[in-house]
Design a protein around this ligand. Sequence first.
Ligand code: ADP
Ligand code: MG
Length: 258
Amino acid sequence: MADETAGVESSGATDAVESAIGEASQLAVRLESARFAWPGGDGDLIAINRLEVSRGERLFLSGPSGIGKSTFLSLLGGVVTPQEGAIEVLGTELSRLSARERDRFRADHIGIVFQMFNLVPYLSMIDNVTLPCLFSARRRRRAEAHSGRIDAEARRLLGDLELDRPALLARAVTDLSIGQQQRVAVARALIGSPEIVIADEPTSALDEGTREGFLALLFAECEAEATTLIFVSHDVRLGARFDRRLALSELNRHAGGH
Ligand code: ADP
Ligand code: MG
């Protein structure tokens, strides 16, 4: 099924690991024998032999509710760490970092679009978008390099997403439509050009007609910066336009109950 094992010999594992580390900057994500169970949970939820995601790749990961999609994204973001195995993001093995360092790494390198968007209700649209720049000096610098100031960069991103009309900008984020809130969440994930954007079912609150448009905008923004996009959803129909589609159940070696 998946092509992520192609070209990797099971013998000479050390060589393969060494060379993979040498080429790590070519990879956005690399998992090796990664196993994760929630404490008190029902055994391994994630057990992935190998997965490699290239820089700039758009990966669609599907699976029914409860299968572990959000948990998988938490592993990629270093919110949790695997009990066994390695998860490398941009060549950095997350388990080697402290919790604090992982928070920093995530803030610097990963833009996140949450399922419920998680906009801050008392902040304006612009301030919601610039938020990651308060947590990451790196993203602040990159946003400033783009547009001079972070609020100008927020405005530019919102403009790309057709949200920069003055009447909209003045509105409280809670008064925006779901589709508008979702685009604010995308602008927030993209500001400061993180190398990786992860999206956790961001279209689940949208009706079918607006989903395609949303994906087109997300793809266009990711393409402009060669951003790696890792998008999870239970809705396999959304996968058609991605570079690669994987089912989490196939990726998990214990899939099917063995
Ligand atoms: P999905 O995103 O595919 O719906 P999740 O990763 O959210 O799946 O959840 C998979 C399983 O892990 C569920 O059984 C859920 O109860 C459990 N789980 C998720 N988050 C936690 C947590 N913070 N603590 C303990 N169990 C959790
Ligand atoms: Mg989920």
